[in-house]
Design a binder for this molecule. Sequence first.
Ligand code: ATP
Ligand code: MN
Length: 457
Amino acid sequence: MKHTDIKKVLFDADMVGTDTVVCGWVRTFRDSAQVAFLELSDGTAFQKLQVVIDKNSLSVDPEATKLGASVCVKGTVVPAFRGTGSELNAKEVILLGKCPPEYPIQKKRTTLEFLRGMPHLRLRTNTFAAVFRVRSVAAQAIHRYFHERGYYYINAPLITASDCEGAGEMFRVTTQPWNAPYKTEEEYYKNDFFGVKAGLSVSGQLEGEVAATAFGKIYTFGPSFRAENSNTTRHLAEFWHVEPEIAFAELPDVIEIAEDMLRYLVRAVLEECPEELKFFDSFVEKGLIEKLTHVANSDFAVCSYSDAVALLEKENARFEFPVHWGSDLQSEHEKFLTEVVFKRPVFVTDYPKEIKAFYMKQNADGKTVAATDLLVPGIGEIIGGSEREADLEKLRTAMKERGMSEDAYRQYLDLRRFGSVPHGGFGLGFERFVMYCTGMENIRDVTLFPRSVKNIM
Ligand code: ATP
Ligand code: MN
């Protein structure tokens, strides 16, 4: 269908005075004796286009004025009567698809929880239009950031035989029937599609390291799957994961890149989504724009795990789970550090090796590893990264301590056998970043069709 984007009609001054055609959905309708006003949206702009109908010269099918109906309007572009931009004086309004009154997305403000029950329709609200514009802009900015800096874009496999961090977090991939007649696990997997136990990848990191130790700088940007039973507002069973991996890099380099990337992404969203951010600032998180502007322009804090624990221990009375050296930081501790102590994003570094993965570089103290988590206000952990253990013998020892089979990680060990280099990387949870930029408090509200425990609508 030949038509013009509403964004262009609204803001391109050259359009004024011309006749054009727009297509969209009716978002509001106001009627008076002489004129009627239709507000249309087509997804190209957060603002709606006002269509002015002179009732003396044009009669319009009432169905074409119903909330949610889709229409095509021919008319003349004129400067907006109020405010900036343009509006459209209608010459013809054609109904494309009518929308009966039981349409559940009505003008009155509904709750996000109510809208979660209709993921296929909720996108037609201002909130979701804004969320998904930010998400789209952020995704483009991620590719731009790495591409401009010479990274290869790599696609790691989603089906894998290696269980990246151990522990039963992986979804299994199988073609066996639910009542497969085998007596042992071994027999089951031998008869399964791959002949071994397979699952959906929890991270593209191991393959990322393979690529980084050939191409230098790489990133992946794709889905990761975690069968974790944590029904929180920050976890999904399927989420999008940005994972750069960099050769010839140590922990401080990894931190520098993570900070630079995050600030670049925040700046991109500030520049490209001003209307959306104004909306979130007014209706979702007061002060959001100020927060993001501050993040884009000031340094993040860095604090060792040991120092963080010393700070937290003094506050143990306020926590549900008291902290001591060696304990994993819970969400309440992470939030306290970033929101109360540092009041800005903070990299916590050098965690006890027992609470981190086998592949992290062991520090000289024999107790900690060169890991870092980036914590941000409102969310907690948004990035997890580390320098990887590049020393073959140390890596083998760490695996042995965890009872891991060297056989399953032969390729991974080869990277340390043949031209091993210091290298590292991190994983950014893309949805958590979108939450951070929009102020949305539930990860289910920044994902098209969220998948979580007992939820696959
Ligand atoms: P958390 O402690 O919050 O469960 P994690 O330490 O298990 O996260 P990592 O393995 O470090 O997570 O993954 C890197 C990043 O991926 C995290 O910092 C987070 O932003 C994101 N992430 C991890 N698990 C999920 C999930 N289930 N849903 C959405 N994002 C996730
Ligand atoms: Mn982590």
